[in-house]
Design a protein around this ligand. Structure first.
Ligand code: ZN
Length: 134
């Protein structure tokens, strides 16, 4: 894994949280994107080398809605950038990690993404991501 690419934060009200984090970081989000397949709207802030991804649910079946029904708002996942997501998936599987999706999905911010089940990672939802080359 190369580095922490971003940290995902689950929020109830995206507009309010965008304002809050804009005040905190003293910058505006650079991108807002709906990921239809995941039922989320995301908003991204860039802080130096890293990013913060705010996530809000678009409907009650969204993983974020489910998360917020069990947890308070807060850190939802940590995403690590990898060079070759397919190789990394094979490696993690051989190490015994449980993957939520074994086939990389198109995520927000022009990335292929794969999530590891928190059951196998000490309760931390881990995302691995690879930039889709243009
Ligand atoms: Zn993410």
């Amino acid at each position: 894994m190369k580095k922490i690419e971003h940290i995902g934060i689950a929020v109830k009200n995206l507009e309010q949280s965008e304002l809050l984090f804009s005040r905190l970081f003293n910058i505006l989000p650079y991108k807002k994107e709906k990921v239809e397949s995941e039922g989320v709207i995301t908003s991204f802030f860039e802080i130096g080398e890293n990013k913060i991804e705010l996530l809000s649910a678009t409907d009650e079946n969204s993983p974020i809605a489910k998360f917020l029904s069990k947890n308070k708002e807060g850190i939802h996942h940590i995403a690590f950038e990898v060079k070759d997501i397919h190789k990394e998936i094979e490696r993690l599987k051989s190490e015994g990690f449980e993957l939520i999706n074994e086939i990389p999905k198109k995520g927000a911010d022009n990335k292929l993404v794969c999530f590891l089940h928190p059951r196998s990672t000490n309760g931390v939802l881990v995302e691995i991501c690879q930039e889709i080359s243009k």
